[in-house]
Design a protein around this ligand. Structure first.
Ligand SMILES: Nc1ncnc2c1ncn2[C@@H]1O[C@H](COP(=O)(O)OP(=O)(O)O)[C@@H](O)[C@H]1O
Ligand SMILES: [Mg+2]
Length: 237
């Protein structure tokens, strides 16, 4: 069963429709990448899935219709979002940011503390900076914190919106390695938005190309890069 299946998903802002009837599938254990130019509607897609903007169409999680649920309820159902531009509380410490990520949970403080230790294990640089203000971390560290914070809600599906934005290539590689490890070791399914095709293609199970709010191509990284027209027009290599 697909972990995520969105059908005829449309969304926009006020009278303007940005996203037009897209169908989006993430199978359990996949890393699915949405590629598209600036303004293509990638962030809008993430918001439509997470329910943070009004949308039409349907969104199913593990076969259950979550279309009518509130954003909080969708988090509780196992979808966590790392919004574009980090999504941490800059004035709070690293530790308190992680604690805030567990706000939708009701399984007790021992379980939350155990998960914090687990993510400190996966992100040693955050462990070293537990008491530091999030706002004082480097860009890469803040992005790691945003991901760790999202993981604190115990998601089955992580939505990650351009985590590489503003990061140096080496830091981005490190960040993507962490996402791949979480996918392999923790079985986390990931829907990742990227503008940079080169960076994201190699770790994608499948790729969607989004252009002005419509999906114009879909396939494995190999399938898409084998198509000369697609490669030249959208992938930039
Ligand atoms: N909050 C908003 N209010 C109005 N229009 C918006 C808002 N956010 C995005 N848009 C518009 O929606 C379109 C798609 O934007 P977005 O989803 O952010 O694209 P991407 O993430 O692919 O760069 C753009 O034309 C953008 O101007
Ligand atoms: Mg965006």
């Amino acid at each position: 069963m697909s972990i995520l299946h969105a059908r005829q998903l449309s969304a926009g802002y006020g009278p303007v429709t940005v996203l037009h009837d897209i169908e989006l599938v993430v199978e359990e254990g996949e890393i699915v990448v949405i590629l598209g130019a600036n303004g293509a509607g990638k962030t809008t897609t993430m918001r439509a899935v997470s329910g943070t903007i009004p949308r039409q169409g349907s969104v199913e999680l593990n076969g259950h219709d979550i279309t009518k649920l509130s954003p909080d309820a969708i988090v509780r159902q196992g979808v966590a979002q790392v919004p574009q531009g980090r999504g941490t509380f800059p004035e709070l410490s690293v530790h308190d940011n992680l604690r805030a990520g567990a706000i939708t949970r009701h399984d007790g403080s021992a379980a939350v503390a155990a998960d914090m230790e687990r993510w400190y294990g996966q992100f040693p640089r955050l462990a070293e900076r537990k008491d530091q203000r999030a706002g004082s971390l480097s860009g890469g560290e803040q992005q790691m914190l945003a991901i760790a914070r999202a993981l604190m809600s115990r998601p089955k599906l992580l939505l990650c919106d351009e985590p590489s934005l503003g990061l140096a290539p080496l830091i981005t590689q490190e960040l993507f390695a962490v996402i791949e490890r979480l996918n392999k070791e923790e079985g986390l399914s990931v829907l990742l938005v990227e503008q940079n095709a080169n960076l994201a293609m190699h770790m994608a199970s499948r790729v969607y190309l989004l252009e002005t709010g419509r999906i114009v191509a879909e396939g494995s990284a190999e399938e898409l890069s084998a198509d000369d027209t697609i490669r030249k027009a959208y992938l930039g290599f």
